[in-house]
Design a binder for this molecule. Structure first.
Ligand code: GLY
Length: 308
C-alpha cells in the first residue's frame, strides 16, 4: 500500500506565511485539509495590513470593499464561492457555507450578502483608516478598458492549498481584487478552474495576479489537467506561466501572475510569469519557509500596464 504523504500547507505571497501558520495546528492535530485552508485564508482576511484581502482590502471605484473568495474540497469536488460581496469580513467562510448549505456553487453581490447574514455573519465596514486614505489618494483615472496603471506591490489573492494526514486535499482563495475596479467586477479568484482547482486524485492548484488574464486562460484548469497527464507540479506551473508569458510578449502586456501547485503525494511547484516576482510560503513537519519562485520574463517595472 502506498504511504500517506506528510501533511503540508502552501500559500501565495510572503503574507501567505500567516496562512500556513494558521493552517498548521489543524493539520498537526490530524484535522481536515478543508478546515486548515479555511483557517489559513481567514488569518489573512483578518489582517488589516494586507491591503488586497478581506478587512483593510482596497475598495472599488466607489470606495466600497468588494470581496471574492472560494473554497474546494478535493475529496468530493465540493466547491463554494462568493463574489462582489461587501460588508462581510470573512468571505472564505461564507463561501464554505454556500458549499455546505446550498445546492449552488456561487452567490454574488447583494444575494451573497443577504445569504451571509442569514447564516449568522455580521455586517461590518471593511474600510480601515489606511485603506480610506489610499482611496482618497488613488490615481484619479477610473478603471479604464485599456489596462490599468497599478503598483506592482499590490499583490493580491491569498491562495492556500493543504494536504492532511488522510491524504485529502483542499484549497481556498480570497481577495479584494483589483483596487479601484468597477463595482461588480469579479476576478479569477472565486471561479472554479480559473483561480483554484483541487482534486484528491491529482492535487491542488491556485493562481494569483492579474485576474482578467488568468480567467482568459483558465489557468487553474490548465495546471490541474497538466498534472492529471503526469506533469509534476513544477512543470504544471511552468506551463501556465509560459502561456501567460507568451500572451504578454504578443500583446505587449505586463500581466503579473503566480502559479502554485501541490500534488497528491505532497510535491510542491511554483512559477511566476516574471522573475523575482512571486514568493510563496510552505509549511511541512512544522518547518516554515518562504521561497522565491522562478519566472520567465525579466522582472517587472514598477508602474506597468495591465499588471495586478
Ligand atoms: N487575482 C485576483 C483578481 O484579479 O481579482
Amino acid at each position: 500500500m502506498a504511504s500517506r504523504p506528510t501533511p503540508a500547507a502552501v500559500a501565495t505571497w510572503r503574507f501567505g506565511q500567516a496562512a500556513v501558520r494558521a493552517a498548521w495546528p489543524v493539520l498537526r492535530s490530524g484535522g481536515r485539509a478543508l478546515d486548515a485552508v479555511e483557517a489559513g485564508a481567514r488569518a489573512v482576511e483578518d489582517d488589516p495590513e494586507v491591503d488586497s484581502v478581506g478587512y483593510g482590502g482596497l475598495p472599488n471605484a466607489e470606495g466600497v470593499v468588494e470581496l471574492d473568495a472560494c473554497i474546494m474540497d478535493g475529496s468530493t469536488l465540493a466547491f463554494g464561492a462568493v463574489a462582489a460581496l461587501s460588508g462581510v469580513r470573512n468571505p472564505v467562510s461564507v463561501a464554505r457555507h454556500v458549499m455546505e448549505h446550498t445546492p449552488h456553487l456561487m452567490l454574488v453581490g447583494e444575494g451573497a450578502a443577504r445569504f451571509a447574514l442569514s447564516q449568522g455573519f455580521r455586517r461590518q465596514n471593511l474600510l480601515t483608516a489606511k485603506s480610506r486614505h489610499a482611496y482618497r489618494n488613488r490615481p484619479l483615472r477610473r478603471p479604464s478598458f485599456d489596462g490599468l496603471a497599478v503598483r506592482e506591490d499590490w499583490h493580491d489573492t491569498v491562495g492556500v492549498l493543504a494536504i492532511d494526514a488522510e491524504g485529502h486535499l483542499a484549497g481556498a482563495c480570497t481577495t479584494s481584487g483589483m483596487p479601484w475596479k468597477l463595482p461588480g467586477r469579479v476576478g479569477d479568484s472565486p471561479l472554479i478552474g480559473c483561480g483554484l482547482y483541487v482534486d484528491d486524485t491529482v492535487g491542488g492548484v491556485v493562481c494569483t495576479g492579474f485576474g482578467e488574464e488568468i480567467m482568459r486562460q483558465t489557468s487553474a484548469a490548465v495546471m490541474i489537467e497538466a498534472m492529471r497527464r503526469g506533469r509534476s507540479p513544477q512543470q504544471a506551473c511552468r506551463e501556465a506561466a509560459g502561456r501567460m508569458a507568451e500572451r504578454c510578449r504578443r500583446e505587449g502586456l505586463s500581466a503579473g501572475a503566480g502559479f502554485l501547485a501541490l500534488s497528491r503525494d505532497g510535491r510542491v511547484g511554483a512559477y511566476g510569469v516574471h522573475r523575482a516576482y512571486f514568493p510563496y510560503a510552505v509549511i511541512q513537519r512544522g518547518r516554515e519557509r518562504v521561497i522565491q519562485a522562478s519566472g520567465i520574463l525579466p522582472p517587472r517595472a514598477k508602474h506597468v500596464k495591465g499588471g495586478h
